[in-house]
Design a protein around this ligand. Structure first.
Ligand code: HEC
Ligand code: HEC
Length: 358
């Protein structure tokens, strides 16, 4: 690197330091909101509680192209746990999306057919509350859970089945045939209706927890520390991306949004050091670069986040506190102090919930 650029970089760092001195020395302003203000702020930006009953569920989540019925949901549930939807008969949706363990598999990357790892080392996202998202997958390439369900069944590294194979397997089972005939009024089972039944079931996989009870008016449902964390979440930019009833899933956003000159300092100290080889503040295992390779990702859903470690698209980060620190620094430009991180983590714990029995 030529020395003129080095001098420029050094000058840049010095100016940066001077400009940020007041923030480094000064105390960060602490916003304190009353319980009512906190709740109003959340509700007015559509951070709403998960419905408690079936009617509420239908109002929030029904799909006009795949109207929900009790029979369709029950059929979808059976298919979600059906290992015959996979080539070797051992893998079901529930193999990678364990409903009692946060709706994912708790390993960095998914393992499917023939013990194959996901080729981009992608981490399994949770299926819990996923139907509330505006798009599905890390790059948002499927529009809803009905469309999404066709993906893993056919992926050679997941369940490895062709639509025609699925239709043959299910049509040869009289029990399934009778159920499909009743639900969809069709003589033969089609792959499209398999996707629809699974999607209808997924729409019921919503969870409620202390956060919902707080939003509904119970001030003691979450601790004072969690309220501090919730205040930070609402006022420091997190909810701009992790929005809506699912606390995420509503948009596709750039990550990382900011970069820092200090991370390129190696170039100045030693010319032999490489410029960062990962565009992320963690290893670029798998090389996935988001939608159209543009570092744009479907914003993850934060409900049940304490149960869905490891974090980020390639599962590189084990600790939730580290995920929060990374987000505050690279997405909001306002790196949280250790105390602020622990408050936000305390808030995120309130997003844990139990499946509602609709
Ligand atoms: C081998 C493990 C594996 C199996 C089996 C599997 N999935 Fe997944 N699932 C994943 C991975 C990995 C992703 C992320 C892939 C991507 O973004 O490209 C994912 C993504 C999803 C998503 C998107 C969630 C979101 O928030 O974007 C849903 C919904 C889902 N799977 C449902 C299902 C259903 C339904 C089945 C069964 C038909 C299934 N999965 C089978 C591993 C698996
Ligand atoms: C500009 C949009 C944006 C903002 C602001 C933002 N996030 Fe994120 N967040 C994302 C995206 C995109 C990802 C996924 C990145 C990836 O995996 O490559 C993510 C991932 C996460 C994860 C890991 C989720 C998982 O399942 O792996 C957590 C936790 C998180 N964010 C919390 C926060 C917190 C707390 C804040 C506020 C300090 C915040 N985010 C601010 C967009 C944002």
């Amino acid at each position: 690197m030529n020395s003129f650029i080095k001098v420029l970089l050094i000058v840049g760092v010095v100016v940066g330091l001077i400009v940020s001195l007041p923030t480094i020395l000064g105390k960060k302003d602490v916003v304190v909101l009353s319980d009512e203000m906190l709740r109003d702020r959340a509700l007015s930006t559509s951070m709403l509680p998960i419905p408690r009953d079936y009617d509420g569920l239908l109002r929030v989540i029904d799909n006009p192209d795949n109207l929900m019925t009790r029979e369709k949901i029950a059929l979808g549930k059976e298919l979600f746990f059906e290992t015959r939807l996979s080539k070797d008969g051992t893998i079901s949706c529930a193999s990678c999306h364990k409903l009692k363990e946060g709706g994912d598999d708790n390993i960095p990357t998914a393992i499917g057919h023939n013990n194959q790892a996901n080729p981009s080392h992608l981490n399994s996202p949770t299926v819990l509350n996923a139907s509330l998202a505006k798009s599905q997958f890390w790059d948002g390439r499927a529009k809803d859970v009905e469309e999404q369900a066709g993906g893993p069944i056919q992926a050679h590294f997941e369940m490895n089945m062709k639509p025609i194979e699925i239709e043959n397997v299910l049509n040869s089972d009289d029990k399934y045939l009778a159920k499909f005939q009743k639900v969809f009024e069709e003589t033969k089972i089609t792959f499209e209706n398999v996707r629809k039944a699974i999607g209808a079931y997924e729409r019921t996989l919503l969870t409620r927890g202390d956060y919902d009870r707080f939003l509904e008016g119970n001030n003691s449902a979450i601790s004072p520390k969690a309220k501090m964390g919730m205040t930070l979440f609402l006022t420091k930019g997190c909810k701009g991306c992790h929005a809506g009833m699912s606390v995420g899933g509503q948009s596709i956003q750039k990550f990382p949004l900011r970069s820092y000159l200090s991370e390129y300092m190696g170039v100045i100290i030693s010319p032999t050091l490489e410029i960062k080889d990962s565009p992320f503040p963690f290893d670029n295992i798998g090389g996935f670069l988001g939608r159209n390779d543009n570092l744009r990702f479907r914003v993850p859903i934060l409900r049940n986040i304490t149960k869905t470690a490891p974090y980020f698209h390639n599962g590189s980060v084990k600790e939730l506190s580290e995920a929060v620190r990374i987000m505050s620094k690279y997405q909001t430009g306002n790196e949280f102090t250790p105390i602020e991180i622990s408050e936000v983590v305390e808030f995120l714990k309130t997003l844990d919930g139990e499946l509602v029995d609709y």
